[in-house]
Write a protein that binds this ligand. Structure first.
Ligand code: AMP
Ligand code: MN
Ligand code: MN
Length: 320
């Protein structure tokens, strides 16, 4: 069932014990929105547990609550009144799905590709740049105090999902929310300085990845394709795509990482083409200019498949 903002706020306000989670391979919006909502709800006197089924990148240690994030375990089932899933459809939350027992689940997201389903309640606002921006809307709706702790977390998701306010998804509402969060105590420089620090090895890995970059689709696409051995060796690859999307003439940039013999993760960014349409063909999703999917096939086949799909999208002009 689709919920309104006020119905979503009422459900959160009515619950006493909540578990909050977000997608695996968590980014600043997943981490910021779960912790931000936790702080808001704790401020309203509620018992809140944050579960994320993945490692949390060290840069996020500046976010208040970083240390209370728990990994779900198969042996422990947490009972609560309300299970809240943020920044993804409900099938990308790993073991959190099986380790929470709740009479009701609410999914809060900003991805237009989220189809929802009959069993779960969905609050979807694809006009918002980040799930953190929706949590900010909910804070207003619930009359919750924006503490400094909540502000730090929510600002992080606004910043990371908009490429630090550079992408087209950053709207006037996003900037107004950011300004309110600064008034509430968010420190943008502390967040951006913590997130830009990289281990020396990651910068060296970037050099290796760039040296094997391939241009295709008549120079309108750029790709980095990492074998399973490279993917296993490289600790952090998230920043790579930003370096190849800026090449003059490139519309679509892609990074493919082979995680298992028959499992490859694909990230795409674009200037014009609707990459969420490409991702959806392979059961993934995302936004018009940033999307991803998982291909269950060997490296060479996955590489050929995604290159062909991108070439077709460019040739046929899949512009949103
Ligand atoms: P990424 O390239 O991982 O930064 O993801 C870009 C956007 O696509 C983000 O908004 C993700 O949440 C979304 N996305 C990435 N992978 C998937 C997937 N397998 N299914 C659905 N959405 C995805
Ligand atoms: Mn996300
Ligand atoms: Mn997001």
């Amino acid at each position: 069932m689709k919920l309104t903002l006020s119905e979503t706020a009422a459900a959160l306000s009515g619950a006493k014990k909540l578990v909050v989670t977000a997608h695996v391979n968590p980014d600043g919006d997943a981490i910021g929105s779960t912790l931000g909502l936790m702080h808001l709800l704790r401020g309203l006197g509620k018992d809140v547990t944050v579960l994320l089924d993945d490692d949390i990148p060290a840069g996020f240690h500046v976010l208040p609550g970083y240390d209370v994030i728990r990994r779900p375990s198969e042996d422990e089932k947490i009972a609560c009144d309300l299970f809240v899933v943020l920044d993804t459809m409900t099938d990308r939350i790993g073991k959190a799905a099986a380790s929470v027992h709740a009479p009701r689940l609410i999914n809060i997201d900003h991805h237009h590709t989220n189809p929802g389903n009959d069993k779960e309640d969905l609050y979807l606002d694809a006009t918002r740049a980040a799930t953190c921006e929706i949590i900010y809307d909910l804070a207003k709706e619930m009359d919750a105090t924006l503490s400094k702790e909540a502000a730090m977390c929510l600002y992080t998701g606004l910043a990371t999902d908009t490429g630090f306010f550079r992408f087209s998804n950053a709207a006037s509402h996003t900037y107004r929310a950011a300004a309110d969060l600064l008034d509430a105590g968010a420190q943008p420089n502390v967040i951006s300085e913590a997130l830009e620090v990289k281990p020396l090895q990651t910068v060296k890995d970037l050099g290796e990845a760039l040296s094997q970059m391939e241009m295709f689709a008549d120079g309108k696409a750029s790709g980095i394709f990492l074998t399973q051995a490279q993917t296993a060796r490289m600790e952090s690859t998230e920043s790579f795509i930003g370096h190849i999307r800026v090449i003059d003439g490139v519309d679509v940039a892609v990074v493919l990482k082979c995680k298992e013999p028959e499992l490859c993760r694909v990230s795409m960014r674009s200037k014009h083409v609707d990459v969420s349409r490409i991702a959806t063909m392979f059961d993934g999703g995302g936004h018009v200019r940033a999307a991803g999917c998982t291909l269950k096939m060997p490296f060479e086949q996955a590489k050929a498949t995604i290159m062909e799909a991108i070439e077709k999208a460019i040739r046929e002009g899949w512009i949103a």
